[in-house]
Design a protein around this ligand. Structure first.
Ligand code: BGC
Length: 902
């Protein structure tokens, strides 16, 4: 690499356009660690290359610190060492880079504001009341004086349960469900709010409402109550710095007052009851008479478990207007999109009128809400009006998974809006093509991911579950990372995975692992360290690494990964293989007995050992990336032995099913010399069945890759574009707006799958021995196909070799009937995109964008007659493109022929 040019030389054609750090954007109160900076560059020089960078920072006192010039091409996760050392310090970072043309200006700044030194900095006590789950929500208030001019004010807060905080009746944030859900046994996260502008000169009022959230009440399908606590309480600290250098703190203690208000009940599954008559008017403002309020109760919250939050914010991400479907005796509404959130309802009514709103994902004939899928979740919000006239009603501390809602009331319905919330609040990818159905499928996956990323990655947002099932999470991670910016979300969740793994010894089936806390779950099955689920421990970190270039995520997870591999290895008890025991297997294989979705065609013991080998191979890769060659070699050896043992023992059996073939191909278990034969077998099975899907949660994400990577695009497209039942597009034809849990959730005759499940009574701790059903219309797992669509239909692919899209590939494989397709991804380096079309002479014409600092390899579908050109210049496949927009043309492209079953 060339040397950095003289510092006085300016590159006028290049600028650093964006700079960010490793944590979620827009959050402050960060850990006291070195920032890892990532920046994007724009340059008008087609050949400009970063050859050096220099980071500088400005602290709150205006001190500038400039690091040494570092000669490097890298601009992802660059450690800014030696700048951050103090708690509560706001430091602005900027960077400039040198190209061979000279130095750029400084970038825009990014703020890195640290939080508290530790949880012990909370000087107060955690306060609440003595209420139970079924009681009204506690409300808390405290008045205080501000007597000098304020320089800055920060509110730090965490809670058992969830909280809303207000200063002088104004919410301190636009986030909801703060502080979210973590592995609460070991980790409560506190949020930091900049409240400087909310404070008045003179008297002020700090107030809070508390809800059960994930800590208390009913959570988990086993109907265990109060998972983490029987009480909810708030630990908060307002720190005000005055312009004269003095400061003061308002802490939670027994000088506060507690009461209850209009929220009479709030539960994530069951909904919220608001009685406006119980509202204490003006309670959040100064001057309110709280003399008859009680002194709060102090509850224990171990301050050693308190850490700064680092995940993405749960925000309102969209609103959907409603359409009235039916108005006989009730108002039945369609919001056109299945979302996680609630209804903002406007009614005209009289004092005392009751308004009841229920939610569901689909309608039954009638039309009526289909509520069977909710299982025990009531998903019902209730309001009692306190006055005549117009009211805008919104629930608190609950969310529902719904597209439809039914309003029953004497009050007149005026309007309703569906409010969608999500932790996936920053879109990253976009896709469109000439096939409207495929576009809708893409949109459905976009929504299933948004709906299921609410604090943790969940299985589904509607029924009495909404757990961070690790299997579902690993299956969707690549696609989720393409569609949304989720690196800090995953990193935070993976940390919880590790915390609970240490607590319970094994990787949970859900994270946070409330099922291990509940112990008596799911019959006597052992559900931790299960194949395809616990492998989230290796698969998700590597997906984050590939998509964002985050080596830090791998470093963070190495101890978890090693422990996981070790405990699987130990479970072999000296034998070659993991024993035959319960596995979720290729969960929901459509050919499995309908009530026993774990009985997939592909056998449990094979799946267990195959995923073990896969995780060991991934662990070897991860060790090589973090530079531990000893562990790398050990894991490489183990993976090699396992793969060949598995092939010898289970190979024949694997060849008998599509999931089996996909697994051995994708996990490199099949020896090279037999790869072709197995791929052919797989393709034959798929074509013979006209692309009918025969795989479940574990096989489905692999199968199209297993086909196309081995040259079988015809079979892959036949499956992708099939519209008959058991296909992705069948759901689209059925007007699905998110991805279903079962391929036949709505059958061809219009009947709704009952989702019957065989479980013993142990399943239901509440004595309910009814067979629990399992049917959801919003499970993202099968949406994993979108990863294949970006990589092959549009043709844009990240690579493990060039993580964070430093090196990626343009490899469209147009299928017959497609006139155009395009996709773009906001990579850490900037926008990478491709938009191709088949032009009138049958050639393929593509416009591609490569961000600065990235190298894209061209891999177009050439035939013997093809001419491949970039910007008019003839090239061959394998040519590399650097930053800028390029026009690629290909005459006589290979177009994948297939026939979709309709
Ligand atoms: C969830 C699934 C999950 C499975 C594992 C179900 O109830 O909804 O998505 O992975 O359980 O058994």
């Amino acid at each position: 690499m060339s040397k950095a040019p003289d510092i006085s030389k300016i590159d006028f054609g290049t600028r650093v356009s964006k700079l960010h750090h490793q944590f979620s954007r827009d959050i402050i109160g960060l850990p006291i660690v070195d920032p890892l900076l990532t920046w994007q560059v724009e340059s008008s020089h087609p050949d400009a290359k970063q050859i050096a960078y220099q980071i500088s920072s400005i602290d709150s006192a205006g001190n500038i610190k400039t690091s040494e010039i570092v000669e490097s091409e890298n601009s992802i996760e660059i450690k800014a060492s030696g700048h951050i050392s103090k708690a509560r310090e706001a430091t602005h970072f900027r960077v400039r880079i040198a190209t061979q043309y000279g130095w750029t200006e400084h970038s825009p700044v990014v703020l890195f504001e640290t939080g508290l030194q530790s949880g012990a900095d909370f000087l107060g006590e955690s306060i609440g009341d003595d209420s139970k789950h079924s009681d009204p929500s506690p409300i808390l208030r405290k008045e205080f004086e501000v007597d000098k001019s304020i320089k800055r004010a920060r509110l730090y807060a965490t809670s058992e349960g969830i909280h809303s905080l207000f200063i002088n009746a104004v919410s301190v944030t636009d986030e909801v469900f703060t502080p979210g859900w973590n592995a609460f046994d070991n980790r409560h996260t506190y949020h930091t709010y900049d409240v400087t502008k909310l404070l008045n000169d003179g008297a002020n009022c700090l107030s809070a409402e508390l809800g059960d959230g994930w800590a208390r009440g009913k959570f988990g399908f086993t109907n265990v109550y109060d998972n983490y606590s029987t009480k909810i309480h708030l630990l908060a600290q307002l720190e005000i710095e005055y312009s004269d250098g003095s400061s003061t703190k308002v802490i939670t203690d027994q000088t506060w007052k507690v009461s209850t208000g209009e929220i009479r009940f709030a539960d994530i599954y069951d909904g919220c009851t608001i009685d406006q008559n119980k509202e204490q008017k003006g309670w959040q403002s100064i001057g309110f008479d709280d003399s008859n309020w009680a002194t709060p109760t102090v509850h224990a919250l171990d301050k050693k478990t308190i850490f700064p939050r680092t995940s993405t914010r749960i925000l309102k991400v969209a609103e959907f207007p409603s359409r009235i479907v039916d108005s006989t005796n009730r108002t039945l509404l369609n919001f056109s999109q299945n979302i996680s959130g609630w209804v903002r309802l406007t009614v005209d009514g009289k004092k005392g009128d009751e308004v009841i709103i229920r939610h569901a994902e689909i309608l039954e004939p009638g039309p009526n809400l289909h509520t069977a899928a909710l299982r025990t979740a009531k998903a019902t919000d209730k309001y009692i009006l306190a006055s005549d006239g117009r009211h805008v009603l919104e629930p608190k501390f609950t969310f529902h998974g719904f597209q439809f809602a039914e309003v029953k009331s004497n009050a007149k319905f005026i309007s309703a809006v569906g409010v969608a919330v999500s932790s996936a609040n920053e879109k990253r990818g976009s896709f469109t093509s000439s096939d409207a159905r495929l576009n809708r499928l893409h949109k459905n996956v976009v929504w299933s991911i948004a709906d299921n990323m609410v604090s943790v990655p969940t299985d589904c947002p509607q029924r009495d579950e909404r757990l961070g099932w690790t299997g579902d999470a690993q299956v969707i991670s690549n696609t989720a990372n393409t569609l949304y910016k989720l690196d800090s979300f995953w990193r935070s969740w993976l940390w919880d995975l590790w915390l609970d793994q240490q607590r319970f010894g094994e990787v949970g089936a859900v994270v946070p692992d409330i099922l291990s806390r509940q112990q008596n779950v799911v019959n006597d099955w052992k559900i931790n360290n299960r194949a395809g689920w616990a492998d989230a421990a290796t698969i998700v970190p590597l997906s984050v690494y590939e998509s964002y270039g985050s080596l830090e995520t791998l470093r963070q997870q190495v101890p978890s990964i090693r422990k996981y591999i070790q405990s699987l290895s130990d479970n072999r008890k000296g034998e070659k293989f993991l024993p035959e025991e319960f596995q979720f297997g290729d969960w929901c294989d459509p050919d499995a007995p309908v009530d026993q979705p774990w009985l997939s065609k592909v056998k449990a013991q094979f799946v267990a050992n195959a995923f073990f080998a896969h995780s060991v191979a991934l662990a070897a890769k991860i060790e090589s990336l973090v530079g531990d060659t000893e562990h790398q070699k050990k894991f490489e050896e183990l993976a090699k032995t396992l793969r060949s043992d598995i092939w010898n023992h289970f190979g024949q059996e694997a060849k008998e099913s599509t999931a089996g073939c996909s697994i051995v191909l994708e996990f490199n278990i099949v020896p090279d010399k037999e790869r072709k034969e197995v791929a052919q077998l797989l393709s034959d099975m798929v074509l013979k069945d006209e692309g009918k899907i025969s795989t479940g949660f574990l096989g489905t994400p692999l199968i199209l890759h297993a086909l196309s990577k081995n040259g079988h695009f015809t079979a892959a497209y036949t499956m992708l574009m099939r519209r008959k039942i058991r296909s992705w597009l069948y759901q689209v034809d059925q007007e699905a707006t998110t991805i279903w849990e079962r391929w036949d959730a709505i059958r061809e005759d219009g009947s709704i799958h009952k989702g019957e499940m065989t479980m013993s009574d142990a399943e239901n701790n509440d004595g309910n021995t009814e067979s629990p059903s399992m049917i959801s219309f919003n499970h993202y797992a099968y949406g994993a196909v979108i990863d294949w669509v970006y990589r092959n239909v549009a043709g844009i692919s990240s690579t493990l070799e060039g993580p964070g899209y430093r090196r990626f590939t343009f490899a469209p494989r147009p299928g017959v009937g497609f006139d155009y397709a395009s996709a773009s991804i906001d990579t850490p380096l900037g926008k990478a995109s491709i938009a191709w079309e088949i032009v009138s002479d049958g050639s393929l014409s593509a416009l591609v964008d490569v961000p600065f600092g990235a190298v894209a390899t061209v891999n177009f579908p050439v035939t013997g007659k093809s001419l491949l050109r970039v910007n008019g210049r003839q090239i061959t496949n394998g040519s590399q493109l650097t930053h800028g927009r390029h026009h690629i043309t290909l005459t006589s492209p290979e177009v994948v022929q297939f026939t979709a079953a309709i």
